[in-house]
Design a binder for this molecule. Structure first.
Ligand code: GLA
Length: 670
């Protein structure tokens, strides 16, 4: 067993003499895995139908001889210029009607038949040639699916998706009109050709249309993936197939649906911050990936060694000395790999300043030495491969809520879906609790605590699942913005939050968004979970309790004296409601009270703040305790066993230096 270590390898960008240096340096860094061919379409098919596999044959044979396994990609995320000229109709069109052309990557409409045929042909051709190649351990279809398009092909495909959902003909159209509420602003459709993607329009668009368009694109891209996967499976039976899901702050695909179609879940994750928020984000990324994998081990397909092009045009650089700790952040939470984009930093091209395992300055660099040290550490971790992380708490995560809330959601609230989910996840992490993310309609009975942050859209089935969870003794903490709309993104009437009103034992009459930067004081009732001095921000609501107990009320403003935080006992379980955004200490205290009610505590009691402790469990009951000290102070953590990284025994506790790590193969007993 081994943890996969390496990254994207693009030898076609380099002359042959460089390959020998790659061999030697990969050996020095203990690279055991190379992802090959991700964007190599033009080198494989220089002109339509004319193939050149020489360099790829040589690369795969060479890597096999060196004992390096290959993740072989299909190159369909980057069609060559000849493709544009041959199939101009397959170039993507933006919402504003601008047709794009080649010059970058992802210039295609995945609903265009000519693109789909070309992509499928490429997958079949590669699979026929390399399906039995001994170096190929995994197939990697495409790269980071996520490109939407608003062209005529997309319009046709969208209509046919809608007809499957609502029915064809006039009846289907009537259903669609009802679901989208098109009587508002006189938008009723009287014939199917009038239904188009949500292209640029004069002002605000239709929420139902926007939501269905997101659902459609997730399904359309998934169909494109499945076509390639099935070609590969036919020619390479037994070799797993996946695609790399990117983990940005926006959402184009529904990962729950996608991850059912891959043989192993693979994600790309880049630092969003170099401070504590970055550590929290690594944990959040890893917990998402593991949960999408149903708890099975998953692969970190890409991260950056140092400099990363972050969201919003920012450039971040991972501080020296953090590569091991950050990488262990993923492995601790179930990754069986530490892979990077990319092996050798490019000399040219759009990402030539992006960091790599081997920097421009060469191997005699602090960065490469850190990579080699990481390779040595990862090699020692082979024994943890295949082991699992277990969690009894989860944060609910749903693509529909994300699309609906961020697309056309709650007016007046500075409420971004992922921020709300991240916030609850971070609170559990601060409490030392390892959690999953879970879909509201999934099997939930294995959990004791569920957090529902901004779960804006709740289906009838979702509401029923949450009712069953609480009735079965679970603790549910719901935050404002949840349960407001049904699956068509229409308001649930009779008082908010319609889907969860009875479960929460309350009824919200009206919203009172708080202006930016304004907070409202809260007053707790007796010795409760809301600390004195707590304040709410962003949002407040006029609540009538119909069975819930009031834990804290608004202490000033138009809602003074009205409930703010409530708890409703339901049989052996309870459903809590936060109608405002609590400051961090108050939020942590409410989460601590909910954890106590659920009978849950930290993974390792007595761990100092800022030290992360996560366990992986092997099939035979062996456990490994990952300890990551994110503070600038030394830390002492209770542990018994042997540090796999250093072979040093821990006889009751481990001393971690500032920024230090340990992976303890635990022993139990006296
Ligand atoms: C993504 C892509 C890579 C590369 C990196 C760095 O994850 O998959 O090809 O572009 O980002 O930006």
């Amino acid at each position: 067993m081994s943890i996969w270590f390496g990254g994207d390898y693009n030898p076609e960008q380099w002359d042959e003499p460089v390959w020998a240096e790659d061999d030697a340096l990969m050996r020095a860094a203990r690279v055991n895995t190379a992802t090959v061919g991700v964007f190599s379409w033009v080198r494989l098919e220089p002109d339509e139908g004319r193939y050149d596999f020489g360099w790829l044959d040589a690369t795969l044979d060479r890597l096999a001889e060196r004992g390096i396994q290959v993740i072989l990609a299909t190159p369909t995320a980057s069609p060559p210029p000849w493709f544009t000229l041959a199939y101009p109709d397959a170039m993507p069109v933006t919402r504003d009607g601008v047709r794009l052309t080649h010059g970058s990557r992802d210039t295609y409409c995945a609903a265009a038949p000519s693109y789909r045929a070309a992509a499928r042909r490429m997958a079949a051709t590669l699979a026929a040639r390399y399906g039995q190649h001994p170096a190929v351990a995994l197939w990697h279809v495409h790269n980071e699916y996520g490109t939407q398009c608003w062209c005529e092909h997309a319009a046709l495909a969208f209509r046919s998706w809608l007809q499957k959902r609502y029915g064809a003909g006039a009846d289907g159209l009537a259903q669609l009109n009802a679901a989208w509420g098109t009587t508002f602003w006189s938008q009723c459709y009287s014939a199917w050709p009038q239904v188009v993607p949500p292209r640029a329009t004069q002002w605000r668009g239709n929420p139902g249309q926007l939501l269905d368009f997101c659902r459609f694109w997730s399904d359309e891209l998934l169909a494109a993936y499945c076509e390639q996967r099935d070609e590969i499976r036919a020619a390479a039976p037994g070799v797993p197939v996946t695609t790399n899901v990117m983990l940005p702050d926006y959402q184009v695909i529904d990962p729950w649906a996608w991850c059912r179609e891959v043989d192993v879940v693979a994600v790309d994750h880049y630092l969003s911050s170099t401070g504590p928020a970055g550590h929290a984000d690594i944990a959040f990324a890893a917990d998402r990936a593991r949960s999408w994998a149903g708890g099975r081990p998953w692969l970190l397909m890409e991260q950056a060694t140092r400099l990363v092009y972050a969201a919003g045009g920012r450039v971040l650089s991972r501080p020296p000395g953090r590569m091991l700790r950050d990488s262990l952040g993923y492995v601790a939470r179930g990754s069986d790999s530490v892979l990077f984009f990319q092996w050798r930093a490019s000399r040219a091209g759009a990402e030539m300043w992006h960091s790599a395992m081997l920097p421009h300055a060469g191997p005699d660099t602090a960065a490469f030495r850190e990579v080699a040290e990481l390779g040595a550490a990862v090699q020692r971790l082979g024994e943890v491969a295949g082991s699992r992380v277990t969690a009894r708490a989860a944060v609910l995560l749903d693509a529909d809520s994300w699309w609906a809330l961020d697309g056309q959601g709650l007016r007046g609230a500075d409420l971004r879906y992922l921020d709300a989910v991240r916030r609850d996840h971070a609170a559990l992490r601060r409490a030392g609790v390892v959690c999953d993310v879970a879909h509201p309609e999934a099997a939930l009975s294995g959990y004791r605590l569920l957090l529902a942050p901004a779960l804006y859209l709740v289906t009838d089935a979702g509401a029923e699942a949450l009712r069953r969870f609480v009735a079965g003794g679970g603790v549910l903490v719901v935050s404002f913005g949840s349960g407001l709309v049904d699956q068509a993104a229409q308001v649930r009437l009779g008082g908010y939050p319609g889907a969860l009103r009875d479960l929460l034992g309350l009824r919200v009459e009206e919203f009172f968004p708080l202006p930016d930067g304004e907070t409202v004081p809260l007053s707790g009732r007796g010795p409760g979970p809301v600390p004195p001095g707590a304040r709410g921000a962003t949002w407040s609501e006029l609540i009538d309790v119909t069975g819930a107990e009031v834990l804290a009320s608004y202490a000033a403003g138009p809602l003074a004296g009205h409930p703010a935080i409530t708890r409703h006992e339901v049989g052996p379980g309870s459903a809590w409601y936060l109608s405002t955004e609590l400051d961090d200490p108050a939020h942590d205290q409410v989460i601590a009270a909910a954890l106590a009610a659920a009978g849950l505590g930290p993974e390792v009691p007595g761990v100092p703040p800022g030290v992360e402790a996560v366990r992986r469990w092997g099939a035979g009951g062996q456990s490994w305790l990952f300890l990551l000290n994110h503070t600038a102070e030394p830390a002492t953590v209770p542990a018994r066993g042997v540090d796999v990284l250093t072979s040093v025994e821990a006889a009751g506790c481990v001393q971690l230096p500032p920024g230090g790590v340990a992976v303890i193969r635990e022993v139990r007993g006296p």
